[in-house]
Design a protein. Structure first.
Length: 110
């Protein structure tokens, strides 16, 4: 189990601050692990592990980047690219962790 860090309030994507909101109900309403909506990234409060969290955050950051750049991709293609980038980033983070390059931040306790 991995709790979404409460300290992560926004992320800067190409000079644009994108607000990060924790809202389980909104994610559940969209049947999604996360969602990029109205210029914000919405995440669940708890994920199955760090890999799922990193994958979801990266996935939604890709959607935010596409919006910021004004790209008008086919929705299916954008989803494929977001999934691919998310999975690639999980592999990269796991590799860095196993090599001892850096340690992940501790999940906040309530």
């Amino acid at each position: 189990m991995y709790k979404s860090p409460k300290k992560l309030k926004k992320i800067n994507i190409m000079g644009t601050d994108v607000k990060i909101i924790i809202d389980d109900a909104l994610c559940m309403a969209h049947n999604a692990a996360g969602i990029y909506i109205n210029g914000h990234i919405v995440l669940k409060s708890v994920y199955g592990g760090t890999a799922e969290y990193v994958d979801t955050l990266t996935h939604e950051c890709f959607h935010a980047l596409s919006f910021i750049l004004g790209t008008q991709m086919d929705p299916h293609l954008e989803e494929i690219l977001a999934n691919t980038v998310g999975q690639m980033n999980v592999k990269l983070v796991n590799k860095l962790l196993t090599c001892g390059v850096f340690c992940p931040p501790e999940s906040e306790e309530e």
